[in-house]
Write a protein that binds this ligand. Structure first.
Ligand code: SAM
Length: 261
Protein backbone atom coordinates (compact mmCIF):
# COMPACT_ATOMS: atom_id res chain seq x y z
CA UNK A 1 0.00 0.00 0.00
CA UNK A 2 1.39 3.40 -1.05
CA UNK A 3 2.12 5.64 1.94
CA UNK A 4 -0.32 8.56 2.19
CA UNK A 5 1.92 11.62 2.81
CA UNK A 6 -0.99 13.81 3.98
CA UNK A 7 -2.72 11.04 5.90
CA UNK A 8 -5.34 10.84 3.13
CA UNK A 9 -7.24 7.73 4.14
CA UNK A 10 -10.85 8.61 3.50
CA UNK A 11 -13.70 7.29 5.61
CA UNK A 12 -16.13 5.45 3.33
CA UNK A 13 -18.60 4.09 5.88
CA UNK A 14 -21.55 6.47 6.04
CA UNK A 15 -23.08 4.92 9.16
CA UNK A 16 -19.82 5.47 11.09
CA UNK A 17 -19.78 9.09 9.89
CA UNK A 18 -23.33 9.52 11.22
CA UNK A 19 -22.44 7.84 14.48
CA UNK A 20 -19.42 10.12 15.04
CA UNK A 21 -21.51 13.23 14.48
CA UNK A 22 -24.34 11.98 16.66
CA UNK A 23 -21.96 11.16 19.51
CA UNK A 24 -20.24 14.52 19.11
CA UNK A 25 -23.56 16.16 19.98
CA UNK A 26 -23.65 18.43 16.91
CA UNK A 27 -26.61 20.80 17.02
CA UNK A 28 -28.11 23.70 15.08
CA UNK A 29 -27.09 26.23 17.73
CA UNK A 30 -23.33 25.64 17.71
CA UNK A 31 -20.63 26.25 15.08
CA UNK A 32 -18.33 23.38 14.16
CA UNK A 33 -14.72 23.31 13.00
CA UNK A 34 -13.67 20.36 10.86
CA UNK A 35 -9.96 19.74 10.28
CA UNK A 36 -9.10 17.88 7.09
CA UNK A 37 -12.53 17.52 5.44
CA UNK A 38 -10.97 15.49 2.59
CA UNK A 39 -13.71 14.39 0.19
CA UNK A 40 -16.40 15.61 2.56
CA UNK A 41 -18.07 12.55 4.10
CA UNK A 42 -18.34 14.25 7.53
CA UNK A 43 -18.68 17.72 5.99
CA UNK A 44 -21.96 16.93 4.21
CA UNK A 45 -23.63 15.69 7.41
CA UNK A 46 -22.15 18.47 9.54
CA UNK A 47 -23.58 21.07 7.15
CA UNK A 48 -27.05 19.61 7.65
CA UNK A 49 -26.82 19.53 11.44
CA UNK A 50 -24.55 22.35 12.65
CA UNK A 51 -25.22 26.05 12.94
CA UNK A 52 -22.25 26.67 10.63
CA UNK A 53 -19.12 24.85 9.54
CA UNK A 54 -15.56 26.03 9.07
CA UNK A 55 -13.29 23.49 7.40
CA UNK A 56 -9.49 23.67 7.24
CA UNK A 57 -7.90 21.66 4.45
CA UNK A 58 -4.28 21.81 3.25
CA UNK A 59 -4.61 20.06 -0.12
CA UNK A 60 -5.48 22.55 -2.92
CA UNK A 61 -7.06 19.85 -5.13
CA UNK A 62 -9.40 18.77 -2.33
CA UNK A 63 -10.16 22.44 -1.58
CA UNK A 64 -11.25 23.03 -5.15
CA UNK A 65 -13.54 19.95 -5.11
CA UNK A 66 -14.97 21.00 -1.72
CA UNK A 67 -15.70 24.49 -3.07
CA UNK A 68 -17.52 22.99 -6.05
CA UNK A 69 -19.58 20.74 -3.83
CA UNK A 70 -20.38 22.97 -0.83
CA UNK A 71 -19.35 26.48 -1.89
CA UNK A 72 -22.95 27.68 -2.38
CA UNK A 73 -23.99 26.68 1.13
CA UNK A 74 -24.06 29.83 3.27
CA UNK A 75 -23.15 27.85 6.37
CA UNK A 76 -19.86 26.70 4.82
CA UNK A 77 -16.50 28.40 5.14
CA UNK A 78 -13.39 26.74 3.72
CA UNK A 79 -9.92 27.77 4.86
CA UNK A 80 -7.02 26.50 2.78
CA UNK A 81 -4.36 26.29 5.48
CA UNK A 82 -2.06 24.05 7.50
CA UNK A 83 -3.88 22.88 10.65
CA UNK A 84 -0.48 22.59 12.37
CA UNK A 85 0.01 26.35 12.14
CA UNK A 86 -3.52 27.74 12.20
CA UNK A 87 -4.54 30.35 14.79
CA UNK A 88 -7.65 28.69 16.27
CA UNK A 89 -8.34 31.79 18.36
CA UNK A 90 -9.38 33.55 15.14
CA UNK A 91 -12.58 31.49 15.01
CA UNK A 92 -14.17 33.06 18.09
CA UNK A 93 -15.43 31.14 21.11
CA UNK A 94 -17.72 28.24 21.88
CA UNK A 95 -17.27 26.12 18.78
CA UNK A 96 -16.71 22.38 18.78
CA UNK A 97 -14.26 20.38 16.67
CA UNK A 98 -15.16 17.26 14.70
CA UNK A 99 -12.36 15.67 12.72
CA UNK A 100 -10.89 12.56 11.27
CA UNK A 101 -7.34 13.80 11.83
CA UNK A 102 -4.45 13.05 9.45
CA UNK A 103 -2.45 10.47 11.40
CA UNK A 104 1.03 11.83 10.68
CA UNK A 105 0.14 15.11 12.43
CA UNK A 106 -2.64 14.05 14.81
CA UNK A 107 -0.91 14.52 18.17
CA UNK A 108 0.63 17.85 17.11
CA UNK A 109 -2.72 19.18 15.93
CA UNK A 110 -4.34 17.96 19.16
CA UNK A 111 -1.72 19.74 21.27
CA UNK A 112 -2.30 22.90 19.28
CA UNK A 113 -6.07 22.65 19.77
CA UNK A 114 -5.51 22.19 23.50
CA UNK A 115 -3.41 25.33 23.50
CA UNK A 116 -6.56 27.13 22.23
CA UNK A 117 -8.88 25.17 24.58
CA UNK A 118 -10.56 28.29 26.01
CA UNK A 119 -12.22 28.81 22.60
CA UNK A 120 -13.44 25.24 22.21
CA UNK A 121 -16.33 23.47 23.99
CA UNK A 122 -15.23 19.95 23.01
CA UNK A 123 -13.43 17.96 20.32
CA UNK A 124 -14.53 14.68 18.79
CA UNK A 125 -11.62 13.27 16.85
CA UNK A 126 -10.68 10.06 15.10
CA UNK A 127 -7.08 8.98 15.67
CA UNK A 128 -4.91 5.90 15.40
CA UNK A 129 -6.15 3.37 17.96
CA UNK A 130 -2.68 3.32 19.57
CA UNK A 131 -2.83 7.06 20.20
CA UNK A 132 -6.29 6.80 21.76
CA UNK A 133 -4.91 3.96 23.94
CA UNK A 134 -2.34 6.47 25.21
CA UNK A 135 -4.83 9.30 25.69
CA UNK A 136 -7.10 7.11 27.83
CA UNK A 137 -4.43 5.09 29.68
CA UNK A 138 -4.46 4.93 33.47
CA UNK A 139 -1.37 4.81 35.75
CA UNK A 140 0.34 1.44 35.96
CA UNK A 141 -0.49 0.43 32.39
CA UNK A 142 1.87 0.10 29.42
CA UNK A 143 0.34 2.94 27.41
CA UNK A 144 0.43 5.51 30.22
CA UNK A 145 2.95 8.25 29.48
CA UNK A 146 3.50 11.99 29.20
CA UNK A 147 0.81 12.33 26.49
CA UNK A 148 -1.76 10.66 28.81
CA UNK A 149 -0.86 13.07 31.60
CA UNK A 150 -0.92 16.13 29.32
CA UNK A 151 -4.34 15.33 27.85
CA UNK A 152 -5.94 14.15 31.11
CA UNK A 153 -4.64 17.22 32.92
CA UNK A 154 -6.39 19.54 30.46
CA UNK A 155 -9.42 17.51 29.36
CA UNK A 156 -12.13 15.05 30.28
CA UNK A 157 -11.45 12.09 27.97
CA UNK A 158 -14.11 9.72 26.70
CA UNK A 159 -13.50 6.90 24.28
CA UNK A 160 -16.47 6.61 21.89
CA UNK A 161 -15.98 4.24 18.97
CA UNK A 162 -13.64 1.70 17.39
CA UNK A 163 -13.27 1.88 13.62
CA UNK A 164 -11.60 -0.89 11.60
CA UNK A 165 -9.22 -0.19 8.70
CA UNK A 166 -11.75 -1.59 6.20
CA UNK A 167 -13.89 1.52 6.76
CA UNK A 168 -11.33 3.65 4.88
CA UNK A 169 -10.09 4.01 1.33
CA UNK A 170 -7.27 3.34 0.89
CA UNK A 171 -7.23 1.25 4.09
CA UNK A 172 -4.52 2.37 6.54
CA UNK A 173 -2.26 -0.22 8.21
CA UNK A 174 -3.81 0.35 11.62
CA UNK A 175 -7.25 0.58 13.21
CA UNK A 176 -8.71 3.83 14.48
CA UNK A 177 -10.69 5.02 17.49
CA UNK A 178 -12.85 8.04 18.13
CA UNK A 179 -12.37 10.02 21.32
CA UNK A 180 -14.16 13.00 22.82
CA UNK A 181 -12.02 15.56 24.66
CA UNK A 182 -13.75 18.20 26.76
CA UNK A 183 -11.39 20.92 28.01
CA UNK A 184 -11.68 21.38 31.77
CA UNK A 185 -12.31 24.85 33.18
CA UNK A 186 -10.03 23.90 36.07
CA UNK A 187 -7.51 21.04 35.83
CA UNK A 188 -8.33 18.09 38.10
CA UNK A 189 -5.29 18.76 40.30
CA UNK A 190 -3.88 21.96 41.79
CA UNK A 191 -0.60 22.81 40.11
CA UNK A 192 1.36 25.88 41.23
CA UNK A 193 3.52 26.17 38.14
CA UNK A 194 2.59 24.56 34.83
CA UNK A 195 6.08 24.73 33.37
CA UNK A 196 7.57 22.89 36.36
CA UNK A 197 4.72 20.36 36.29
CA UNK A 198 5.28 19.37 32.66
CA UNK A 199 9.08 19.47 33.04
CA UNK A 200 8.75 16.94 35.89
CA UNK A 201 6.25 14.81 33.92
CA UNK A 202 8.46 14.69 30.84
CA UNK A 203 11.59 13.91 32.90
CA UNK A 204 9.74 11.11 34.73
CA UNK A 205 8.97 9.34 31.45
CA UNK A 206 12.32 10.06 29.78
CA UNK A 207 13.56 6.49 30.22
CA UNK A 208 10.37 4.53 30.82
CA UNK A 209 12.04 1.51 32.39
CA UNK A 210 14.17 3.54 34.78
CA UNK A 211 13.27 4.42 38.35
CA UNK A 212 12.33 7.97 39.24
CA UNK A 213 15.58 8.42 41.18
CA UNK A 214 17.40 8.17 37.83
CA UNK A 215 14.97 10.17 35.72
CA UNK A 216 14.67 12.94 38.32
CA UNK A 217 18.34 13.11 39.31
CA UNK A 218 18.47 16.75 38.14
CA UNK A 219 16.65 17.52 41.40
CA UNK A 220 18.94 15.20 43.43
CA UNK A 221 19.70 17.98 45.94
CA UNK A 222 16.04 17.75 47.06
CA UNK A 223 16.00 13.95 47.55
CA UNK A 224 15.43 12.76 51.13
CA UNK A 225 16.21 9.43 52.82
CA UNK A 226 13.24 7.99 54.74
CA UNK A 227 13.34 4.48 56.32
CA UNK A 228 16.08 3.42 53.88
CA UNK A 229 14.11 4.71 50.88
CA UNK A 230 14.93 7.68 48.69
CA UNK A 231 11.97 10.02 48.46
CA UNK A 232 10.98 13.33 46.98
CA UNK A 233 7.94 15.12 48.46
CA UNK A 234 7.03 11.82 50.16
CA UNK A 235 7.07 9.87 46.88
CA UNK A 236 9.21 6.76 46.81
CA UNK A 237 11.73 7.24 44.00
CA UNK A 238 12.21 3.52 43.42
CA UNK A 239 8.86 3.76 41.59
CA UNK A 240 8.67 4.29 37.84
CA UNK A 241 7.02 7.34 36.28
CA UNK A 242 4.30 5.15 34.76
CA UNK A 243 2.90 4.40 38.25
CA UNK A 244 2.34 8.05 39.20
CA UNK A 245 -1.12 9.61 39.14
CA UNK A 246 -1.84 13.23 38.20
CA UNK A 247 -2.00 13.97 41.96
CA UNK A 248 1.47 12.45 42.46
CA UNK A 249 2.94 14.57 39.66
CA UNK A 250 1.28 17.65 41.18
CA UNK A 251 2.77 16.79 44.60
CA UNK A 252 6.26 16.39 43.13
CA UNK A 253 6.17 19.50 40.98
CA UNK A 254 4.58 21.75 43.64
CA UNK A 255 7.31 20.68 46.07
CA UNK A 256 10.09 21.30 43.52
CA UNK A 257 8.56 24.66 42.59
CA UNK A 258 8.31 25.72 46.25
CA UNK A 259 12.01 24.85 46.78
CA UNK A 260 13.04 26.91 43.77
CA UNK A 261 11.12 30.01 44.88
N1 SAM B 1 -12.42 13.92 6.81
C1 SAM B 1 -12.11 13.07 5.69
C2 SAM B 1 -12.65 11.69 5.92
O1 SAM B 1 -13.04 11.40 7.05
O2 SAM B 1 -12.69 10.92 4.96
C3 SAM B 1 -10.59 13.02 5.40
C4 SAM B 1 -9.76 12.53 6.55
S1 SAM B 1 -8.08 12.19 6.12
C5 SAM B 1 -7.67 11.04 7.40
C6 SAM B 1 -7.17 13.61 6.66
C7 SAM B 1 -7.42 14.90 5.87
O3 SAM B 1 -6.60 15.94 6.43
C8 SAM B 1 -7.09 14.87 4.39
O4 SAM B 1 -8.10 15.49 3.67
C9 SAM B 1 -5.77 15.66 4.27
O5 SAM B 1 -5.58 16.29 3.03
C10 SAM B 1 -5.97 16.68 5.38
N2 SAM B 1 -4.72 17.19 5.95
C11 SAM B 1 -3.54 16.55 6.09
N3 SAM B 1 -2.63 17.32 6.68
C12 SAM B 1 -3.26 18.50 6.95
C13 SAM B 1 -2.83 19.71 7.56
N4 SAM B 1 -1.59 19.86 8.02
N5 SAM B 1 -3.72 20.73 7.65
C14 SAM B 1 -4.99 20.59 7.18
N6 SAM B 1 -5.44 19.47 6.60
C15 SAM B 1 -4.58 18.43 6.48
Amino acid sequence: MKKQPLGQNYLINESIALDIIQQAGVSSDQPVLEIGPGKGILTAILLEQAESLTAIEIDPKLCSALKDRFGKNEKFQLIEADALKYDYGALGNGYQVVSNLPYYAATHILKRLIHYRKHISHMTVMLQKEVVDRLTAIPGTRDYGSLSVFIQFHCQVERLLEVGKESFSPPPKIDSSVVKLTPLLQPKVQVDNLKTFFTVVNASFLHKRKMLKNNLKGWGNLFQKQNGKIELAGIDLSRRGETLSLEDFATLSNFIHSCND
